[in-house]
Design a protein around this ligand. Structure first.
Ligand SMILES: [Zn+2]
Length: 297
């Protein structure tokens, strides 16, 4: 039986962590965080799980590791990281016939299957974001349903310019300038569009639509994904979030309790005109494709 895998793709700061938390409240859905970072940040570095425990101490992940691999080990993590370096890179997306692909994908498949067993769920969510991993999974026979999360590149660029502390270790998250963000935004989104052209099931969600009408957007998405559409955790724009055992992701993954969903459009006042022009110029074709208005907006 094929495990049901929902893969959230998109450039960082596009709302993938938020969407994962919301999907994770649906019955039978098991949110895992960014599984691509499980090996280095979870197993090797022992960073925090979304539940607040360090990864090695988290009972959920401990049991998943036992079932999937007879326990986590640095050797296993380093092996997967070496495989990742060989097969899972954006510039190698077309090279899906790599001899190491099957072993690399098998590691993810084992994690997904064990997580479903431990949590007693029907579908896992992997919010790894990178299109290259989605390509690997698809080529390796996992058949993920990819949810392509898109956000206005000017908002994304504004977010990448800001200093954001990492709750895991107090260091700061990476910062990018407008040009770099634009290039990454275009590359990731084009690659995710290409997945659909290759026959992978891809559903696109705009961050702005999710925030404008969370109920309608989540209901539509849950139906597309074949999930239970009970949205009892959502009241208008307020959500009640439980604990989630997510490895890696933005600080939103630690939020628990009542959370108010608010549309962050600080870029409108905060992103300088020159940067705005750079972003709009470099991303114009895709902005139009996704329904974002250009320079006049
Ligand atoms: Zn945990």
């Amino acid at each position: 039986m094929t495990d049901r895998v929902i893969f959230l793709g998109g450039l960082g700061r596009s709302g993938t962590t938020l969407l994962e938390r919301l999907l994770g409240e649906l019955p039978g859905v098991v949110p895992l965080g960014e599984v691509v970072h499980l090996w280095a940040r979870g197993v090797v570095a022992g960073e925090l799980c979304g539940c607040g425990e360090a990864f090695p101490q988290c009972p959920f992940w401990r049991e998943v590791g036992e079932r999937a691999f007879g326990g986590w080990s640095r050797e296993l993590a380093e092996r997967v990281l070496r495989l990742r370096h060989r097969v899972d890179r954006t510039r190698r997306i077309p090279a899906v016939g790599h001899p190491d692909l099957a072993e690399y994908v098998a590691a993810y498949r084992s994690v997904y299957a064990a997580a479903l067993q431990v949590a007693g769920g029907a579908a896992v969510v992997d919010s790894s974001k990178h299109a290259s991993l989605a390509f690997c999974l698809a080529a390796g026979g996992v058949q993920p349903h990819v949810v392509h999360v898109v956000r206005d590149p000017r908002a994304v660029a504004h977010s990448w310019r800001r200093t954001v502390p990492r709750p895991e270790d107090g260091s700061h998250m990476t910062r990018w300038g407008a040009m770099r963000t634009s290039l990454h935004w275009s590359a990731q989104n084009l690659a995710l569009d290409l997945l659909a052209a290759r026959g992978v099931e891809v559903t696109r969600v705009r961050y702005e639509d999710l925030l404008a009408d969370p109920h309608a957007t989540l209901t539509g998405l849950a139906e597309r994904l074949g999930l239970d559409t009970s949205l009892g955790f959502l009241d208008g724009t307020t959500v009640s979030l439980g604990r989630a055992h997510t490895v890696s992701g933005n600080p939103m993954r630690f939020a628990v309790g009542q959370v108010e969903l608010s549309h962050d459009d600080a870029w409108r006042g905060g992103l300088p005109a020159v940067q705005r022009a750079v972003v709009s110029g470099l991303t114009a074709p895709l902005m139009t494709r996704y329904g974002y208005r250009g320079a006049a907006a």
